[in-house]
Design a protein around this ligand. Structure first.
Ligand code: ZN
Length: 368
């Protein structure tokens, strides 16, 4: 997608869809005006929601949908589109079908994040019809989440676990796991029916390759596909949109969403010691999506063919990430012996019972 001025030297061309307004963008080889582009983005999201039937029927009880926000362009744009859909339906006197609950997980104690307290305030002022909650990543223990086999006692427990991780990649990996488990636990405790994750095509492609590289390939359907986790319907409504399309949308609508967005651009550390697999993948797909968006979409389509149902049979839950540990041998790496071969942790507790390949490789890998 490029600005038309870069392509035609500023000569206006009509929009390929409406034939009326001037083109402002070329989206996947199609010349689009502002109106048709914003419609294109909204339709991609609403189609996904329709396919997953998140709205209850007219006679059914109103559903509650959890929307975790990171203040990146994708989750803020998703909130905007959902808010608009609910407003449109209300204006037409139609049944809304669901209530929206916006959740922010504060990770500032473990990651260098900008303070987003004001951002949450701005968000709730712009979209006042919904419920807003902020919780800290450390609250995961209050939601009954345990990371058996990892340091599990004392104050600053989370900090303690993270500082015991052997590499920058495993730290980021663990924080992602804790965040995801906390979102699901919060959704269950608050009585939400579904969770809408804001991951774009680009983000899902990054996740597909980085999770595979971290030994979590077996969990990809749970991490990237629409489906049920612990009874909660997890949906990725932004999965058909590239990050650059979402960013363009966020700056193009009126008023723009840009003041509500605080960063998120992938950054790669200058020091190789602090470089993470996730950081490298973000950087890679950031460059690929500029000129070869079909490669990004292709990675996502391919991982979308994996079937989580086939793997659920005979699965146990990993005591760290909560994903399935296959009991079917595919080389012996995922067997219980993985954990029994781990030394007792520093608190002298007994090792946990089940550990997936990814956690055995990444989270608990002994320091090099
Ligand atoms: Zn695991």
């Amino acid at each position: 997608m490029s600005l038309i001025n870069n392509v035609t030297g500023g000569k206006p061309t009509p929009c390929a869809r409406c034939q009326h307004f001037d083109t402002v963008l070329i989206v996947r080889a199609e010349h689009l005006c502002r109106d048709c582009f914003t419609k294109y983005v909204g339709t991609k999201v609403l189609k996904r929601l329709e396919a997953n039937k998140i709205r209850g029927g007219f006679k059914e009880a109103q559903k509650t949908v959890l929307l975790p926000v990171s203040f990146g362009a994708s989750s803020v744009t998703l909130l905007h589109i959902l808010d608009q859909q609910l407003q449109d339906r209300a204006q037409q006197g139609r049944h809304c079908g669901y209530n929206l609950h916006v959740l922010f997980i504060d990770q500032s104690t473990v990651l260098d994040e900008v303070d987003v307290r004001d951002a949450m305030e701005l968000l709730s002022q712009r979209y006042p019809a919904h419920k807003y909650t902020t919780i800290s990543l450390e609250d995961c223990f209050d939601y009954g989440i345990e990371f058996e086999g990892l340091s599990n006692s004392g104050e600053d427990r989370l900090q303690h676990i993270i500082s015991s991780m052997p590499s920058a990649t495993s730290k980021v990996d663990f924080i992602d796991i804790a965040r995801r488990r906390l979102i699901i636990a919060f959704a269950k405790k608050s009585g939400n029916d579904s969770i809408l994750f804001g991951d774009s095509t680009t983000r899902i492609a990054e996740k597909t390759l980085s999770e595979t590289a971290k030994g979590r390939g077996v969990a990809l359907p749970w991490l990237t596909a629409d489906g049920f986790i612990e009874g909660i319907h997890c949906i990725f409504p932004m999965r058909d949109l590239l990050r650059k399309e979402i960013t363009a949308y966020a700056s193009m609508i009126s008023p723009p969403l840009t003041p509500l967005i605080s960063g998120e651009s992938p950054k790669v550390s200058a020091s190789s010691k602090d470089t993470t697999i996730d950081g490298l993948m973000s950087q890679y797909f950031e460059s690929v999506e500029q000129n070869y968006p079909s490669i990004v979409a292709n990675v996502v389509r391919t991982s979308g063919r994996l079937n989580p149902l086939a793997m659920l049979e005979g699965c146990r839950s990993c005591s760290i990430c909560g994903d399935g540990v296959s009991t079917i041998s595919w080389g012996g790496e995922q067997q219980d012996s993985v954990i029994s071969s781990q030394p007792a942790n520093r608190d002298g507790q007994k090792p946990a019972l089940a550990l997936c390949y990814g956690c055995a490789r990444t989270a608990l890998r002994p320091q090099d």
